[in-house]
Design a protein around this ligand. Sequence first.
Ligand code: CLF
Ligand code: SF4
Length: 520
Amino acid sequence: MGNVVSLDSIFGLGELAPPLTMPAAPEAASGCSSSSCGSSDGPADMDPAVWEKVKNHPCYSEEAHHYFARMHVAVAPACNIQCNYCNRKYDCSNESRPGVVSEKLTPDQALKKILAVAQEIPQLSVIGIAGPGDSLAAAGKNTFATFEMLQKKAPDLKLCLSTNGLALPDHVDSIAQYNIDHVTITINMVDPEVGAQIYPWIFYKHKRWTGLDAAKILHEQQMLGLEMLTSRGILVKVNSVMIPGINDEHLLEVNKAVKSRGAFLHNIMPLISDPAHGTYFGLNGQRGPTAQELKVVQDACEGGAKLMRHCRQCRADAVGLLGEDRGEEFTADKIEAMGAIDYDDEARRSYREHVEAERAGRHASKAAAQADVRDSVGTAADPILIAVATKGGERINEHFGHAKEFQIYEVGPNGAKFVGHRRVDQYCEGGSGDVDTLDGVLAAINDCTAVFVAKIGGCPSKSLAEAGIEPVDRFAFDYIEESALAYFKDYAERLGQGVVQSRAGQDAVIRTGALTARRA
Ligand code: CLF
Ligand code: SF4
């Protein structure tokens, strides 16, 4: 495989060129960029040492997720607890969710795969171990063996792991020793009464524990592990699965508890529940939240631990930008067939320099667009949601019919910010659109006022307009946030004239599970 990848191909530009210049910031623009008002904190919002750790991490920085890729290696099959939303299965062509992988790897196989992917994908910045079981069960043997080799071979890649926290306190020294700067703990409760409804059992100190005892031990280990990591300056993200009727309201308590122990981010994710997955919750009819139910809980937690809203609930062997999965390009037989891989970080270095320069300009241009809206709209209109078809680079650069997900931005008088994403089936296959698929897209973005696209055909445009969602292609290949702010200014004016109606009160359907490469 070659390692020369043009930036045009990375950003998926093509038929239309992007704007070559950035809008200039007016002198009156304040220092409050949109990035400091939303989930995408920038260099002005944090300690420079912390910014260095997060700026290229697609999960820890919302902004970085438009530019950088992660790769998971599935070296940790064992788990020491049972969650009612998990049923680990190996390989299923229709499934894509955490805990599911196609191929389990040894540390040696994992290293070779990482080096192959690093040569091919210059956006790669983070290697994570997230299962398919728990990265620290079985004493974390394979996890640390993989990171030890990787640290020596490819020191520019950041190391990241994800755990349920039960064995975490025993492994904090090793985590520090291998320079693992980013740890995710899945914490769904801080009250064992709630925990007992989520975890039927745990395996701890050579014994199986059930019920309240199990939940109490897990809770204590999670809190202890979190405190031990943050006291050493290791960044901790907390993932919580939102389970309506069980822990939805309780997640506010979780948010407070993890903030007080120094968690860097809190990621509240919708429950993935389907009888076909064979999980306890799936088989017992436990539903996941709707889009607005999730947003209400996330919004209620604003002001506590900072929220992550761009999680894609990846598979344990995911490869690529968060909104894509290129795993099928790097299957075990393809990697096996390769000879020795020469490690070269040149392409990744140039890519990072390019992104660094681009982002510096963006902070000023976002601040300018925000100041313009604040001055001209004031509080005349409530925030709205906009769905965006994008392939990355923070631009509107995807056709409506080719989108497999829409990114959702909330834009209002205080700025524009990413608040989520909605998976959809691709509407246009082989040159023609599918009506049933279009219904699914409409349901997924039904709470949005507009959808921004690089291009859209007449039929879907008409259906969107009939559903009350405005198709907008006039910002094709422009930056998302600046375009959203320009649109909002115009929308507020039209709203005042009675030309458009507010879509407040609409809800949408979340389709859970991660993106996956299409299999033959
Ligand atoms: Fe992987 Fe997790 Fe590290 Fe990211 S994923 S181990 S922190 S590199 Fe990211 Fe995927 Fe969400 Fe995880 S989008 S599931 S939050
Ligand atoms: Fe599954 Fe992870 Fe829960 Fe273990 S901790 S049961 S792998 S979801």
